[in-house]
Design a protein around this ligand. Structure first.
Ligand code: FES
Length: 102
């Protein structure tokens, strides 16, 4: 059954920044977009680039390896060379805690 797991606190990720967290063996990239938090798989669907290290522009993150673009709010792929979207996770703010549903 899915449950919310605390992965970080809100003050650990400034607006426009990302943080890598590990939950149950999965690497998840957490993003702060103007004060709202979003979580997607850290691993690019092209050949595995780390999306938490990508350049962030609004809701878009660019994979640092070959430039695929993803929407961090949906996981949808917006630009090649990746062809498939990444998984998106529900994020909940609980006080100052950030929790991801896994
Ligand atoms: S690994 Fe992300 S674009 Fe190639």
């Amino acid at each position: 059954m899915a449950e919310f797991i605390k992965v970080a606190t809100t003050d650990e990720i400034a607006p426009g920044q990302a943080k890598l967290v590990e939950v149950g063996g999965s690497e998840i990239a957490l993003f702060n977009v103007g004060g709202s938090f979003h979580a997607i798989d850290n691993t690019c669907t092209h050949v595995g680039g780390p999306l938490c290290e990508g350049e962030i522009d609004g809701v878009e993150v660019t994979c640092p390896w070959h430039g695929a673009v993803f929407d961090v709010t949906t996981g949808r792929v917006l630009g090649p060379p990746a062809a498939e979207s990444v998984t998106r996770y529900n994020v909940r703010v609980n006080g100052s805690d950030l929790e991801v549903e896994v």
